[in-house]
Design a binder for this molecule. Sequence first.
Ligand code: PMP
Ligand code: GLN
Length: 384
Amino acid sequence: GVQRMRPFGTTIFAEMSALAVRTGAVNLGQGFPDTDGPPEMLAAAAEALRGGQNQYPPGPGIPALRAAVAAHQRRFWGLEYDPDGEVLVTAGATEAIAAAILGLCEAGDEVVCFEPYYDSYAASIALAGAVRKPVTLRPGASGWYEFDPDALRAAFGPRTKLVLLNSPHNPTGKVFTPAELALVAELCQEHGAYAVTDEVYEHLAFTDAAAPHIPLATLPGMRDRTLRISSAGKTFSCTGWKIGWASGPAHLVTAAMRVKQFLTYVNGAPFQPAVAVALGLPDSYYEEFRAGLQQRRDQLVAGLSAAGFGVLPSEGTYFVTTDITPLGGTDGMAFCRTLPERSGVVAVPTEVFYDDTAAGQHLVRFAFCKRPEVIEEAVRRLSS
Ligand code: PMP
Ligand code: GLN
């Protein structure tokens, strides 16, 4: 393969899910729910499949889904996007992220991101021939994950093309605070940089988080330099459908569209109308979804603490990170490779999401987007 992809082996999610299948372990590694999403959405997909919506949809996505994406952002975040020209449907958030980076970065341009970062970021940046400038999140004195503001300032420079911000954040479960977002916004404007925001967990900031989720695009001066990305996978428990979207000013959406049309052209015809139905569900759906995940977070956190893990705060997402040093571990990768055999549970070593691997070596991520009985069984295994 090509030089620029050589550092990237098999994604950790594939490795750990294969290990779960091979050992019969409870899989709290890869983040996917083990129950189906809203029945109205499933019925709409079945109807679309039987009703002949099986050919190429329009390039930017079907009008009903683009309208639903725009209406959803108006309802929850007060953001206004024109469904014609400011919304692009993509093959999951993953394709939106890749298309944004490939469409906006010249070779040598710099992308500021926070590490640990979702693993596709580094690969997409490498594919574009761009350079990642990671800023490290660490558990701070407050107990929350934090970054050094001076490190963020220092990561910006004359070649900064964009900042890639994921909040609520995978794998830490951090929700960026208003002050942190304000600094990101200030630096983007000072350096004439764009922001690409990965908000796939936008409905999973828990009620006891340090702050509610705030889209960066809602900050003064940011709407017209931010490409906002989200996806149906997490919010509607359909990670295999791969329906995502990007919204922003026409110039940024067009840049991503230009790439998307040659990556996949279009995707997911019968799933698009179904996701449009899901986006229109009443507020109660979203509230119950969040409350359910928050409850399962509490269940897993209690179990991991009882089993002796050093549990770090999870303010959102599907995930909680733990420090394995109280258990005598130092190397999360070795810990996760042997955990299925030792305890019958799969987790993900957080170090694979860092450039500064020392910062994440002792951390291990667990997913709680599972049925309560599955979490209970995992906890039982980890405690014995
Ligand atoms: N970004 C983050 C932070 C994620 O956790 C995920 C899902 N694992 C994605 C992007 C990818 O989303 P999708 O499945 O819609 O491509
Ligand atoms: N986003 C999910 C996770 O972090 C899985 C994504 C994937 O497998 N590529 O676990």
